[in-house]
Design a protein around this ligand. Structure first.
Ligand code: TRP
Length: 336
């Protein structure tokens, strides 16, 4: 049986929050348990450098993200779990792809276009503050994907253009060098996974500063839940579940029957204080144990380092011969 290769990267610039967990980490860990799937999950730490020049933050985020995935039960015997920067073949492939990628294609990348538009709106030079990393970001991402011939790439909606670009670049390489070196990856955007709302009711996102960190210590975690915005209805007054952040987060951690019961309690006028208590209990029940494991892992960097080194070894067992073949194809093989 040939397994479907599923690959995704996590940019290491922040601390994982509830929205990351529900939208990306939980489904990825579940998918990795499917015996028909071979998953590749990696810390996109080269990508982090594009937008973050604070070494402490990048370093801390890598440790936190690695510990998070392991604490939540990612089975690294099954999934290949590694740091992008441990695979030197990735930047090498990036260069081979850079030399076939159309500049015009990069000009059309949403992230770059948004940055140039912001400059124009502010009457600045069109490229002010934009580094080449941001500009070539989609090529590095194409190398991540094409290196392992990943078929499925689970990503958020904002990333689908990058997968199309990876296809475009891969196709062009295949065409120029006359062989099917790369299979064409597909973006998988799961419409069912909810985009979680944050403290202020907008999408939970680092850029809105409204996140609830996944493994915040219990007391702080409770405080944050109490800060989630509600309307001013009194206990006893019937409440809408639609558009209610508390209900939405609750639903992401409950089964259908518990959700139905909660819906009835809303209709019967559950008070916001009581609901916040319920939400805290529900989340804490599921996060308490992984939170402890997370703390244990953060305190044992040697162990996590070992896990990632093993992951890198597995990834390079594929990347090294693949790159060798690609180099030969472009004329950079050995003399004999
Ligand atoms: N750019 C992705 C993001 O910000 C992270 C990423 C890097 C990635 N390389 C990848 C995702 C390869 C999927 C496949 O979310």
């Amino acid at each position: 049986m040939t397994k479907t290769r599923v690959l995704t990267g996590i940019t290491t610039t922040g601390t994982p929050h509830l929205g990351n967990y529900v939208g990306a980490i939980r489904p990825a860990i579940e998918a990795s348990r499917d015996p028909q799937v071979q998953s590749y999950y990696f810390l996109a730490d080269f990508h982090a450098l594009i937008k973050c020049h604070e070494p402490q933050r990048v370093a801390e985020s890598r440790r936190e993200i690695a510990a998070t995935w392991l604490a939540l039960g990612l089975d690294t015997n099954n999934a290949v779990f590694y740091r992008q920067s441990d695979i030197p073949e990735i930047p090498e492939l990036t260069w081979l792809l850079t030399c076939v990628a159309a500049k015009g294609l990069m000009n059309r990348a949403h992230a770059y276009k948004a940055a140039t538009q912001e400059n124009l709106d502010a009457n600045e030079d069109i490229d002010a503050g934009i580094n080449m990393g941001l500009y070539s970001y989609p090529i590095l991402m194409a190398a991540d994907i094409l290196m392992f011939n990943a078929k499925k790439v689970p990503v958020g909606r904002d990333q689908t253009q990058h997968i199309e670009m990876a296809r475009d670049i891969g196709q062009r390489f295949n065409h120029i060098f006359g062989e099917e070196f790369f299979v064409m990856p597909e973006a998988v955007v799961d419409e069912r996974v909810s985009v979680l709302a944050g403290l202020d009711g907008r999408k939970m996102s680092k850029s809105y500063n409204n996140t609830i960190p996944l493994f915040e210590p219990e007391k702080k975690f409770k405080k944050l839940i109490n800060k989630i915005k509600t309307n001013s209805l009194e206990p006893g007054e019937p409440k809408e579940t639609e558009g209610c952040t508390l209900f939405q987060i609750y639903s992401a951690f409950a089964d259908d029957s518990d959700i139905a019961t909660m819906r009835e309690r809303y209709a019967a006028g559950i008070g916001w204080g009581e609901m916040k208590g319920e939400l805290f209990e529900r989340l804490n029940e599921q996060l308490k144990q992984p939170r402890e494991e997370y703390q244990r892992l953060l305190a044992d960097p040697a162990y996590v380092e070992g896990v990632l080194q093993k992951g890198a070894e597995k990834a390079r067992a594929i990347a090294t011969p693949t790159l060798e073949r690609l180099k030969a194809a472009v004329g950079l093989g050995r003399f004999i």
